[in-house]
Design a protein around this ligand. Structure first.
Ligand code: SF4
Length: 394
């Protein structure tokens, strides 16, 4: 197989920074394909390999090429290695047919099963979005690729561009970056929260509702947290709105990392922290456990305590004296019990149609962490026995 070496080298040069772009459902678990394959000096794919990550997609984990149309950018987001004004940095650009051809070669070699395509902004978001869409049109039409595609929507992209992106991609990212216009201004002064970003999330909801048979893409967003005073209350309030009103599939939270430079002008990216703020777990409570923002025990400064599990804290307050009857409770009430998740709640609903659940062992067999649930439930109308901790009461 043949890949033009210049294209592979370009991919190698942009490899490090694509780590900052979430391409799948578990960005913290994304690993480079490179680490699973030993390259040789003659290996012409070596550069491209550095841009391949194993990411979690709606259809399972798969190797995905993470690429950018260009690493040049006219905006100056403080968290981004490509921001304008970083003069010493090498800027890389692909033509749509060059990038499409390179992806086709990599994909036909069996090295990837998808592509995540982003870009810096050059000559405005509309012009850049055109290049992203042109690349994917070539991949879909000329090369007949039917697999997974995740596209970034540029700030300021037009309605029809978003519509087209949602037709040809499986997922689109419209990254808000911050929970309010004021916070975004502090983080990315050249981005317009309402006019360039939030409005596109409204459009994606409208497009999905108005053309249900014509679009295939789900919509996700990302927040960069921890740098400009954003609070868990702000982030969770907006996330709840995006999930419930705009049909968002997923909000990601990335910790702010300052981008540093060594003497040669090369970028040095500190390791990405494993999580950020207190939002990672709570956002699942909003999306999958039917929680409301008001259910969270926020501190006076609008943040959550990191040392307290919000689900357990809520249960201690509300369920210790009013336990949930496992044979009669609704799915929503079962989801409030520590140790019972969406799959466990569904398993209980199914199992109790066939017989009585009267013992913690019955719950364990359904995959439920029965000892976690025990203090907050009734089985056969009675509180189940609690297992004593082995070492003191810690
Ligand atoms: S617009 Fe995108 S590429 Fe440009 S500086 Fe901001 S985050 Fe980086």
């Amino acid at each position: 197989m043949y890949v033009r070496p210049d294209a592979a080298e370009k991919l190698a040069l942009m490899a490090d920074a694509t780590r900052f772009e979430p391409a799948g459902d578990r960005p913290q678990a994304e690993t480079r394909a490179l680490s699973r394959r030993k390259p040789t000096p003659e290996d012409r794919l070596q550069g491209a390999l550095q841009c391949i990550a194993h990411v979690t997609t709606p259809t399972g984990q798969m190797p995905v090429l993470k690429a950018m149309v260009t690493t040049a950018c006219e905006k100056n987001c403080y968290y981004c290695p490509f921001r304008a004004g970083r003069g010493k940095m090498d800027r890389i650009a692909f033509q749509p047919d060059e990038l499409a051809h390179t992806f086709d070669q990599i994909q036909r070699a069996g090295l990837v099963k998808g592509i995540f395509l982003s870009s810096g902004v050059v000559n405005g978001g509309v012009s850049t979005q055109d290049k992203i869409i042109d690349t994917i049109e070539i991949i879909r039409r000329k090369y007949g690729y039917q697999g997974y595609i995740h596209l970034k929507i540029m700030p300021g992209a037009e309605y029809d561009q978003l519509f087209r992106a949602m037709q040809i991609a499986d997922r689109v990212s419209i990254n808000l970056e911050a929970p309010t216009a004021e916070r975004l201004h502090a983080l990315a002064p050249k981005k317009d929260f309402d006019g360039e970003l939030l409005e596109r999330l409204h459009w994606s909801r409208d497009i999905r509702q108005q053309h249900p048979g014509l679009v295939r893409a789900s919509t996700v967003t990302q927040f960069v947290v921890g740098a400009v005073g954003d609070t868990d209350l702000e982030l969770l309030s907006l996330s709840a709105r995006l999930y419930r009103q705009l049909g968002l599939t997923r909000a990601y939270y990335s910790g702010f990392n300052p981008v540093e430079e060594n003497a040669a002008g090369k970028i040095f990216l500190p390791p990405i922290p494993c999580a950020s703020g207190g939002c990672i777990r709570p956002v699942f409570l909003l999306r999958d456990y039917l929680w409301d923002v008001e259910d969270f025990p926020f501190l006076a400064d609008g943040n959550l305590r990191l040392d307290v599990d919000p689900k357990r804290a809520w249960a201690d307050l509300h369920l210790s004296q009013s336990p949930v009857d496992v044979m009669r409770a609704s799915r929503a009430d079962l989801l409030r019990v520590p140790g019972i998740g969406p799959r466990g709640a569904d398993a209980i609903l199914k199992a109790r149609r066939k017989g009585r659940l009267s013992d913690l062992a019955h719950l364990s067999k359904l995959g439920i962490h029965a000892q976690w649930a025990a203090p907050y439930i009734l089985l056969d109308g009675r509180r189940p026995p609690l297992q004593l901790p082995l070492f003191g009461d810690s």
